[in-house]
Design a protein around this ligand. Sequence first.
Ligand code: 2AM
Length: 195
Amino acid sequence: MRLFFALPLPDEALDALEAAGRSFIAADINMADARAAAAFGRARWSPRANLHLTLAFLGEYDEAGLAAALAAGEEAFGHGAPARVSGLALKLEGWGAFPRLGAATILWAGLGRSPELLAITSRLRAALERAGLRYDRSPFKPHLTLARFSRPADLRGLPSDAVPGVGFRVRDAILYRSVLGGGPPRYEEMGAWRL
Ligand code: 2AM
């Protein structure tokens, strides 16, 4: 099974991200400059239920790997982890594209700097390493994937203020299983920890 750790988003963040998607589409349609025009005609938008903040992508594992990942989650987020009164405070901030704006395959919304987010991600990644679990070690670039493009799209010229600066709180960290098929992946919760 394909595993990853992520933070699910509350409704106020999901509403803001859906509004951002509508702003992008409206701007794209209205653009006098044809450079980015029609880019969104080919976009695959993340369904609301699939929007999340990935902390670590583990990839394919068997049942033993799942048990080890659950134990690592417990070590990072369970008993003994720093207690918080009301979750982790985050804020939407800006947007960008991977690998670059002029030839984007992923359009993402960004987050304001959060030392706490970096700290919980480091805790998790350290626990995965102690358990000998492999995961994608690319540097952590916190982002929320809004849309994917199978052919690189030129997104230059879209409004810089499309993503509203909405603050929100995340209550849980989740170990998800990603089930691929036709269309968007389906994410199933395999473990959850209160932040
Ligand atoms: P993305 O949304 O930025 O593509 C499940 O695939 C989740 O894990 C997605 O949120 C995806 O991020 C993320 N992820 C991170 N690294 C990945 C990788 N190497 N392969 C696939 N998904 C990855």
